[in-house]
Design a protein around this ligand. Structure first.
Ligand SMILES: [Fe+2]
Length: 343
């Protein structure tokens, strides 16, 4: 049994530079596949082990690699827990049948309903907003209001945003479909593309840097990138980030778009009880505080305060949309972005 698992595991590992959990099943172990980098989660796992005696075998990789791996491994997967980012990715994992529903009063109490799967197949651990960021020299925040208003002709050639192949943008459009309908989302995507300063290139940090450098005046990016740039060691990035203001749009309406990082128990978890215990631990007050701060994200629990840097961005109204809908509208969002010519 043990050898069989290892073999399947090794085959699936080809092409993915990932380390190998020591064993698939033991009373005092849990196997975690994480799309979060090791340094952003390892200290928490060590605390969990100290508290419970359950050791955590950590395997990190890109979100799409981990999902593919779970698919390939199927019943033989040693994975108990998947940690990944974006409700779109969590929904995809659910659709692929690699997750299982869990019942936990603790999780249902701690994680607000809109930040967990309706069937209990995944739970949010932390929140990120995707607001409008602007060059403070070039833009007065009084000129800003909603995502929709960015399609106004006055923003022509002034907006930076990454490619439509990125799940964060797909989820942003999916949220718009869910709230305003596909027609409004199409118009928005077309209007936004018409106002781009340049063809999309790079990640969210690159959009922020471009806005600081005057390539564009507005960037749409996730809050933790700006937070990490502000507290990081890289002086050039810090200086760029200091040029940037954060504007939370749609405050008189549905609220600013938010997304999650989240956790799930796998469909064939060999250490299911330990898996639930680990996810419950990650929603404890202490873990929430550390995890959110290490990632410059907002805790998923409303009763745990955000980091000082994030508090500096100001309080805001979050879109209260049930994030399951981001996954449900993902395919339509991709079609709409394609038709709008969003590269
Ligand atoms: Fe990211």
């Amino acid at each position: 049994m043990f050898h069989h698992r290892l073999k399947v595991f090794a085959i699936a590992a080809i092409g993915a530079a990932l380390s190998l959990p020591a064993a698939a099943h033991a009373d005092d172990e849990v196997n975690l596949y994480s799309a979060r980098q090791e340094n952003l989660i390892k200290p928490l796992l060590d605390d969990f082990t100290r508290d419970t005696g359950i050791s955590v075998n950590l395997l990190t990789g890109r979100a799409d690699e981990l999902l593919q791996r779970l698919r390939l491994e199927g019943r033989n997967s040693p994975a108990d827990v998947l940690i990944t980012v974006d409700a779109g990715n969590l929904h995809q994992a659910k659709e692929a049948g690699v997750l299982s529903a869990i019942e936990s009063e603790t999780l249902d109490e701690r994680v607000p309903e809109n930040f967990r799967d309706v069937d209990g197949q995944w739970y949010g651990l932390s929140l990120r907003a995707r607001p409008i960021m602007y060059n403070k020299e070039q833009v007065d925040p009084s000129e800003l209001s909603t995502y929709e208003a960015l399609t106004d002709a006055k923003w022509r050639g002034r907006i930076c945003i990454r490619s439509s192949s990125n799940v964060y943008n797909q989820s942003l459009v999916a949220a718009m479909i869910a709230s305003e309908g596909p027609e409004a989302a199409s118009q928005w995507a077309e209007g936004l593309v018409a106002n781009l300063a340049r063809p999309p290139q790079g990640g969210d940090r690159d959009q922020i840097r471009a806005a600081a450098a005057g390539v564009c005046d507005i960037a749409i990016a996730n809050t933790y990138y700006l937070g990490a740039m502000l507290v990081g060691d890289d002086e050039a990035q810090r200086e760029a980030a200091e040029q940037i203001g954060v504007f939370f749009p749609n405050q008189d309406g549905r609220g600013a778009h938010v997304n999650i990082s989240g956790a799930a128990v796998t469909a064939h978890a060999p250490n299911r009880e330990n898996a639930i215990q680990l996810i419950e631990y990650l929603t404890s007050e202490e873990a929430q505080r550390w995890y959110a701060e290490a990632n410059q994200e907002y805790p998923v629990r409303p009763d745990v305060p955000a980091s000082e840097v994030l508090q500096g961005f100001g309080d805001f109204k979050m879109d209260s949309l049930n994030l399951s809908l981001l996954g449900e509208y993902n395919a339509e969002a991709v079609r709409i972005m394609d038709r709008a010519g969003w590269p």
